[in-house]
Design a protein around this ligand. Structure first.
Ligand SMILES: NC(=O)c1ccc[n+]([C@@H]2O[C@H](COP(=O)([O-])OP(=O)(O)OC[C@H]3O[C@@H](n4cnc5c(N)ncnc54)[C@H](O)[C@@H]3O)[C@@H](O)[C@H]2O)c1
Length: 440
């Protein structure tokens, strides 16, 4: 069974003090009503696919005023501004340069749903401007940026929540509680899988960007590369310069839960991986087939080493183990299968069926947790340090896949040991730009 230290660590990872653990069981509407008089003014940066989902939720809240929308694509910007007007009857400032949002002292917080290569630059600038930040996952484009984001949040004493909404999902929280209380004994291995059917992005040639897009601002501090239609929108995530492949896209949600259920709150020391483009014959640069194993040392009173395994097959038109994407936790007394969109089941010793629970994730609950943290100053459930540790697994898995050999990593210094090529992939090259993070 779990020790008091395990329990404390679980509560810390869950972002739950005892008081807020109790509060979680209040209904979402009760929590919302409690804060209804304190309106928080926000700007939404990058109202594209996911950004519009955030905006749609935010304009429906009585405790939030959306005062700014910001997008480098004039068509998307106009659609976002229209949505705010239609849903609230209020006007909104529509700007293309995120500095115009950050300049406004009335803005308390920003939602950042840009492509990944903008997450760290925008978050660091926002913290420095005194804004709290909800930033989409993966929090960083590379491992070094994640550390800089943690430092910026702490230096400026800002709340930074990462958009892994399963952290605020009731059945997931109950699953983690059950694991930490020892329902399957000591959890030695956790597996996360990303198996779904993606499409090809084809092969295309550079051409002029569309007139409604400020492509130079879209690139931001990333090195200039010519525009081509299969770079965006959305598909930028399949390019090295802008995303982290599907391990950092959908995989990061399940890797986050694998890490949480495994009970590790540091980095692994050894990473090994295999993968590549086995199926898609297109411009995509990241693997469609990928297997990564991360090994953690026996530390913090836990007597065994632990493994986190990630599997990716993004050409699979079927569910695996009953869940499109999911997690399996293997313990000394049983196992648990968890789907963040569906629920979980436990199998006990001698294959006896154990407890189970159904549920699906809730974006409003994750927003609520962020807004509660902004009001109270407490750490959110997907605090940036948690987001950084999880995104680091995506980055380290990608590095091991790209160099095609075992990577040894120093968890304390966040440095690769004895491999210059792998070490070079911990950070990126930037161009000279106003958003280039210092010390990157
Ligand atoms: N939490 C989730 O479940 C979930 C789901 C989908 C996507 N996401 C994340 O949301 C983010 C966006 O993904 P998407 O699929 O919506 O991408 P997208 O390309 O559809 O949207 C990104 C938007 O950001 C805009 N943009 C780019 N640079 C900008 C800048 N400097 N300032 C303002 N706007 C800028 C683009 O024009 C576009 O409208 C990604 O990080 C992705 O991983 C999260």
């Amino acid at each position: 069974m779990s020790s008091p230290r395990d329990r404390r660590r679980f509560l810390r990872e869950a972002g739950l003090g005892l008081a807020s653990a109790t509060a979680f069981h209040l209904s979402a509407s009760a929590l919302r009503a409690a804060g209804a008089n304190e309106q928080i003014q926000v700007g939404v940066i990058g109202p594209g696919g996911m950004g519009m989902s955030h905006l749609g939720e935010l304009v429906g809240r009585e405790d939030v005023v959306v005062s700014h929308v910001c997008d480098v694509d004039a068509q998307r910007l106009a659609a976002a501004a229209q949505l705010v007007r239609d849903r609230t009857g209020r006007d909104v400032q529509a700007v293309s340069d995120l500095r115009r949002v950050l300049d406004d002292p009335q803005v308390d917080a920003v939602w950042i749903a840009t492509p990944d290569h903008w997450h760290a630059p925008a978050t660091i600038l926002a913290c420095a401007a005194g804004k709290h930040v909800y930033v989409e996952k993966p929090c960083s484009h590379n491992l070094r940026e994640g550390r800089l984001m943690v430092e910026a949040a702490r230096r400026h004493k800002r709340i930074v929540q990462v958009g892994t909404q399963s952290r605020s999902t009731a059945h997931v929280i109950e699953a983690m509680r059950a694991l930490q209380e020892g329902i399957i004994g000591d959890v030695l291995v956790a597996k996360a899988w990303n198996s779904q059917r993606r499409g090809s992005i084809g092969r295309q040639q550079p051409c002029a960007p569309p007139a409604h897009l400020d492509y130079d601002l879209w690139l931001g501090p990333a090195p200039v590369q010519p525009y081509q239609p299969n770079l965006l929108p959305g598909v930028w995530r399949w390019w090295h310069a802008f995303g982290a492949g599907d391990i950092g896209n959908d995989g990061v949600h399940d890797i986050d839960l694998a890490r949480w259920g495994l009970g590790v709150d540091g980095h692994p020391h050894t990473i090994t991986a295999l993968g590549g483009k086995y199926v898609f014959d297109d411009d995509q640069q990241w693997p469609d087939t990928q297997y990564v194993v991360f090994e953690y040392p026996a530390t913090n009173g836990f007597p065994h080493p632990r493994q986190l395994i990630f599997e990716q097959r993004i050409w699979s038109p079927y569910f695996q183990e009953g869940h499109e994407n999911g997690n399996a936790f293997y313990g000394t007394k049983g196992m648990m299968i968890l789907g963040k969109k569906s629920g979980w089941q436990v199998v006990l010793e001698r294959n006896q069926p154990g407890p189970s629970m159904e549920g699906t994730f809730s974006l409003p609950d994750h927003h609520q947790n962020f807004l509660d943290s902004v009001r109270s100053g407490s750490r959110p459930r997907a605090d940036i340090e948690i987001g950084h540790l999880t995104a680091s697994l995506c980055h380290l898995g990608n590095i091991a896949t790209r160099v095609n050999r075992v990577v040894h990593f120093d968890p304390a210094t966040e440095q690769v040991i004895g491999d210059d090529e792998a070490a070079g992939l911990l950070r990126r090259t930037y161009r000279d730009h106003w958003a280039t993070p210092r010390d990157a």
